[in-house]
Design a protein around this ligand. Structure first.
Ligand code: NDP
Length: 247
């Protein structure tokens, strides 16, 4: 675990978008970014959960957040273009994006992967992430110290039996990160991946139903790396895929 304890002013003045902010790792990252001074844009499909988080941020006295209700399964380029325009109009800047929303699908032998699982996993984890990234890049490139973080997985670096579409989608995520990082090697935008490692969330419980969740790290345990890669101290880190729980 990274030993990084930044000041609460780490992200002051920055506007940060988190996808899949309703629950799990994304929710925790949004809360931590807000606690460290950022104005959060909370994107997800579950509006009730996003509103609860919005209220929690307000009650804590952190900068007022904004909500973008969006189902990445059905979203089109127009949604992403409108979203970028709204962020530009409302905030005039976008300093960081955490691409965290993800879909596990159904784990199965490769030859029995069904079309709907393949399509859904690739749509959310790859296609929608690509389209949103493309629409937001002009804002991120204009930021004085922009950060783009993708969310990978251990099976996005080494394939594993039965992880099918999810593993393939995470390899694609790593590729997207590397291409973008190389295009922006001169900065100031920095593009990296985080592999959370096994973490106590609903997705993990779905993948490992027999596992005792108490044996796992919580999303809060991972936050030092999420803060580090989103803040100014990672200005020399680009094109990396970092483990939030290094062995
Ligand atoms: P959760 O299932 O707890 O949360 C996933 C988030 O993604 C939710 O906020 C969910 O929103 C959102 N999401 C899913 N589909 C869509 C969609 N169609 N449109 C918009 N938002 C959507 O998962 P985790 O917190 O565990 O995972 C976060 C990331 O970390 C994922 O990318 C995952 O692949 C990765 N990861 C997780 C690991 C773990 O052990 N937990 C290990 C390795 C990687 P909603 O609440 O509406 O469903």
């Amino acid at each position: 675990m990274l030993d990084y304890q930044p000041p609460l002013s780490l992200l002051a003045g920055r506007v940060i978008l988190v996808t899949g902010a309703s629950t799990g790792i994304g929710r925790e990252a949004a809360l931590h970014y807000a606690r460290h001074g950022a104005t959060l844009i909370l994107l997800g499909r579950n509006v009730a959960k996003l509103e609860t988080l919005y209220d929690e941020i307000a009650a804590a006295g952190y900068p007022q957040a904004a909500i973008i209700p969006l189902d990445m399964l059905g979203a089109t380029d127009q949604h992403y273009r409108d979203m970028a325009a709204t962020i530009d109009n409302q905030f005039g800047r976008l300093d960081g994006v955490l691409m965290n929303a993800g879909e596990l699908g159904v784990l199965s032998p490769f030859e029995t992967i069904d079309d709907s699982t393949w399509d859904k996993v690739m749509k959310i984890n790859v296609d929608a992430t690509f389209r949103m990234t493309r629409a937001l890049l002009p804002l991120l490139k204009a930021a004085p110290d922009g950060r783009l973080i993708f969310t990978s997985s251990g099976v996005g670096k080494k394939g594993r039996a039965y992880w099918g579409a999810y593993a393939v989608s995470k390899f694609a995520t790593e590729g997207m990160m590397q291409v973008l990082a190389d295009e922006h090697s001169k900065g100031p935008l920095r593009v990296n991946c985080i592999n959370p490692g096994g973490t106590r969330t609903s997705m993990r419980a779905k993948a490992f139903p027999g596992e005792d969740p108490q044996t796992l790290k919580t999303p809060a345990d991972l936050m030092p790396l999420y803060l580090y890669l989103m803040g100014p101290d990672s200005k020399d880190v680009n094109g990396q895929s970092l483990d939030a729980q290094p062995k």
